[in-house]
Design a protein around this ligand. Structure first.
Ligand code: UD1
Ligand code: CA
Length: 472
């Protein structure tokens, strides 16, 4: 499909009053990404970013900042006086900026996020093929309440006579099943001619873009409807409940994509998997797992229940036991983690390493085959290969003002309940006695003890009891 003659505009200026939220509607997220980013993504697969005009208004700076990196153009609608008014602002923008007016204009809504690029391209194609002034993407959802309805001249024929908003429906129009998706294609000249003739004589006192349909028809111009293949992709997100419905649909689609690629996902309805997550074949994901952001998991892994993984790379054959929490970290092949392990940002866990229960790490590199199996905090630390960090080991990396580095070599044995006061270096093949407070560097091959010597007083308890009895 040649979309040379098309530009795309995305209406994203509205506040979203029905959400009752401080956040602008188009920045609410489904599948872990802002609604508007989903729409821009689809648009960019049809035309280049410099031909995408995003109409922003409510919290414009915040919306712009959130999507600026996509390279789209912005048009300001300082007051939000309706969808017709939004396009009046676009028309004024073309007049003022001298940007070339495209022959055809595809209009998307920032709050209809599941639209697919294939569908956008197919409306453009129908629009050209039908030689229409306006082509409307429609659907017949199970419950049309709340949407504008599309009235066809003759059932089964493409010609439309009008779009009627929910609040303006006459009693006999309430049963009209076909809804307006808020996605249209216009011959730009036909649209721009009618925009200035819109008025606000309606239930919301707004300029309705939808009124353009009847105006064009009154002018003997051709307005046609084309039905979307799937209902989900034209569903709007006006309330949190609607958004969560789309979120579930989107995440289920992501789970299906992964399952089709060989991933076993138990109870996909319980998973929270963001759209861009990748997982290799033969990996098993148990119920109630969250895989978020840019997370990548290799093949033959097992992720047990109640684990939350954000922006983390995991190699092959990794076992993540239940209830782990990983953030912006890297885990190499064959590692075993959890249950209840917490990797804070910049934790790099080496091949076949073990990070066990109630172990917290931050900015660490753990070498191949090393183990920290129980109740440990490692921060700003480098651990070599095949080193064993005993239960309850704590790196004291913070002096109240600055963070300090701990370096531990290969084949080191750190006894349980040791505190390593950074900055400190513990060289390879050394041994730290259990319960030590280590404040000085430990050379290779040495044993370091840093604890008070034990005192044992034989018969002390009996003597104490007897002296108490004597006093009574
Ligand atoms: C609109 C349609 C309705 C359709 C529905 C589909 C109109 C009058 N009605 O209703 O027929 O069934 O979409 O989802 O168009 N916006 C602006 N500036 C404004 C007002 C809105 O940019 O002044 C943006 C909003 O941010 C939103 C989109 O336009 O992304 C649609 O606005 P919304 O208020 O949600 O319209 P609906 O009531 O859903
Ligand atoms: Ca809407």
């Amino acid at each position: 499909m040649d979309t040379q003659s098309f530009a795309i505009t995305i209406m994203a200026a509205g506040q979203g009053t029905r959400l009752k939220s401080k956040r602008p509607k188009v920045l609410h997220e489904i599948g872990g990404r802002a609604l508007l980013l989903h729409v821009i993504d689809a648009a960019q697969k049809v035309v280049p970013a410099d031909r995408i005009y995003c109409i922003i208004g409510h919290e414009a700076d915040r919306v712009r900042a959130a999507v600026e990196s996509t390279g789209v153009q912005f048009v300001l609608q300082p007051e939000q006086r309706g969808t017709g008014h939004a396009l009046q602002m676009l028309k004024a923008f073309f007049a003022l900026s001298g940007a070339p007016i495209p022959e055809n204009l595809l209009v998307l809504s920032g709050d209809v996020p599941l639209i697919r690029p294939e569908t956008i391209a197919s409306i453009c194609e129908t629009h050209l093929h039908e030689q229409a002034a306006m082509t409307i993407l429609t659907a017949v959802p199970p419950n049309p309440t709340g949407y504008g309805r599309v009235l066809r001249r003759t059932p089964g024929q493409p010609e439309v006579t009008a779009i009627v908003e929910q609040k303006s429906l006459t009693p006999d129009q309430h049963s009209t099943p076909e809804i307006n998706s808020g996605i249209y294609c216009f011959r730009t000249s036909a649209l721009f001619e009618k925009l200035d003739l819109l008025d606000t004589n309606n239930a919301h006192g707004e300029f309705y873009l939808t009124d353009v349909a009847a105006m064009l028809v009154a002018d003997q111009q051709r307005v046609v409807a084309v039905q979307a293949e799937s209902i989900d992709e034209v569903l709007g997100a006006n309330t949190i409940a609607e958004m969560m419905h789309l979120d579930a649909a989107m995440r289920l689609a992501t789970a299906r994509r992964l399952m089709a690629a060989g991933v076993t996902i138990f109870r996909p309805d319980t998973q929270v998997i963001d759209a861009e997550v990748e997982v290799g074949p033969d990996t098993v994901i148990e119920p109630f797992v969250q895989l978020l952001g840019s997370t990548r998991i290799g093949s033959d892994c097992r992720i047990r229940s109640f684990t939350v993984i954000q922006d983390t790379r995991i190699g092959d054959n990794v076992t993540v036991l239940n209830a782990c929490n990983f953030d912006r970290s890297e885990i190499a092949d064959g590692a075993i983690l959890g249950p209840y392990a917490r990797l804070r940002p910049e934790s790099r866990i080496g091949e076949n390493a073990h990070i066990g229960n109630f172990v917290e790490t931050k900015k660490v590199t753990i070498g191949k085959g090393s183990k920290a199996n129980h109740l440990t905090y490692l921060g700003d630390t480098i651990v070599g290969e095949k080193t064993n960090i005993g239960a309850g080991t704590i790196t004291c990396n913070y002096d109240g003002v600055l963070k300090h580095q701990t370096t531990i070599g290969d084949n080191v044995f750190v006894g349980s309940d040791s505190t390593l006061v950074a900055p400190i270096t513990i060289e390879s093949n050394s041994y730290i006695a259990a319960g030590s407070s280590i404040t000085d560097d430990v050379p290779s091959g040495a044993l370091a003890l840093g604890r008070a010597r034990q005192v044992t007083k034989p018969g002390w308890v009996t003597a104490k009891n007897e002296s108490r009895k004597a006093r009574q």
